[in-house]
Design a protein around this ligand. Structure first.
Ligand code: 5AD
Ligand code: FES
Length: 349
């Protein structure tokens, strides 16, 4: 086991059988060793910095039927909302004054926002704040749409692949297509975005082999960012009685991902902070180097409920900003409020 972890640490790669072997056989001491190596790798490449992103959840309308997600189209208990262009810009103003230089515009797949509206938002933000990075996280779109947003100034795009196993993908979604999802990710790369892929740990019926495929898929795609969080059941979904992903499993997968993709930007997700009070801190110690505090207006926060128990729904942007800073600093890391581009991507352009 230690030999395999050392090999991964040195070469940043393993084959499928080796990776499955680790996932199947790793013991607690092996996990601690893996986390130590992931930490060394992050320190070597990004140092002790943790990059801050301001998250704006601008719509919870969604046309898709992801079975695990609380805001999926069939959930009638969701009070739906949409932020106006003005609302979104106000969130950016608040965020900018708090020091954020990346805004993540995230939403369900909501066709109400036509391409020209999305382009309008990006253009306004970039005109007002030329020194910020704009990240979109609005799901599957056509190549042409992605290109329009990019030309308008969007820098990055988050689209979790959710799972690199076709079978599992089809099991956990109703009206989504695996090939299209994958094609979207490759299209985003081709256009020139810094791309974020990712998945959940502990989704019902997920096997070790599926997780191995996820990590090897990431190795092939080489996304600049990777979002990994535990699956957490939502009360209005068919998975309400299922168990969620554990903290230990999730940070083990984060550490493995850091070793496979040493240059990646890896968030310690809100979901990780939701399943354990020190979940994000543990993620950061296992190689995560991004946090995404919420800038959405508090009156809509609770409505953006992908899973139960989500933290921070009552906290103002300023509270999350200082809460997170305290957590990072007391874990022995430092905050970085700059745009925080992926280092490799920065040297590419
Ligand atoms: N638990 C944890 N994460 C979830 N997501 C959606 N539903 C859940 C859930 N129940 C994740 C998906 C999606 C991202 C925005 O949130 O991976 O891509
Ligand atoms: Fe929101 Fe801690 S990050 S209150």
């Amino acid at each position: 086991m230690i030999n395999l972890i050392d090999k991964l640490h040195k070469t940043n790669n393993l084959d499928y059988d080796e990776l499955v072997f680790i996932l199947d056989h790793i013991e607690e001491s092996g996990k601690d060793y893996l986390i130590e190596k992931a930490h060394e790798t992050r320190m070597k490449i990004y140092g002790d910095k943790v990059y801050m992103r301001g998250l704006i959840e601008f719509t919870n309308h969604c046309k898709r039927g992801c079975k695990y997600c609380g805001i999926n189209a069939s959930n009638k208990n969701v009070e739906r909302y949409r932020l106006t262009l003005e609302n979104i810009l106000q969130c950016c103003d608040v965020g900018y004054n708090l020091g954020y230089r990346t805004f993540v515009l995230q939403g369900g797949e909501d066709d109400y926002y036509l391409d020209n509206m999305i382009v309008g938002v990006i253009t306004e933000i970039k005109d007002k704040y030329p020194d910020v990075a704009v990240t979109l996280s609005i799901g599957e779109k056509s190549y042409e749409s992605y290109e329009k947003y990019y030309k308008a100034g969007a820098d990055r795009y988050l689209l979790r692949h959710e799972t690199a196993s076709r079978k599992l993908f089809e099991r956990i979604h109703t009206n989504s297509n695996y090939d299209n999802r994958m094609e979207c990710l490759w299209n985003l790369k081709k256009i020139g975005y810094q791309v974020g892929a990712g998945f959940m740990v502990g989704i019902p019926t997920q096997a070790k082999e599926d997780l191995a495929k996820d990590i090897l898929f990431l190795k092939e795609l080489e996304p600049e960012m990777v979002g990994i969080g535990p699956f957490i059941p939502h009360r209005d979904t068919i998975y309400k009685y299922e168990e969620g992903g554990t903290l230990r499993d999730t940070i083990t997968i984060i550490a493995l991902t850091r070793l496979f993709l040493p240059y990646s930007l890896l968030p310690a997700t809100t979901a990780l902070g939701t399943i354990h009070p020190l979940g994000r801190e543990q993620g950061i110690k296992a190689g995560a180097n991004v946090v995404m505090p919420n800038l959405s207006p508090t009156k809509v926060r609770e409505k953006y409920s992908l899973y139960d128990g989500k933290i921070c729904t009552g906290d103002e942007a300023a509270e999350c900003r200082s809460c997170i800073e305290n957590r990072i600093v007391s874990s022995g890391f430092s905050i970085d409020m700059s745009r925080g581009d992926n280092i490799k991507w920065r040297t590419r352009i």
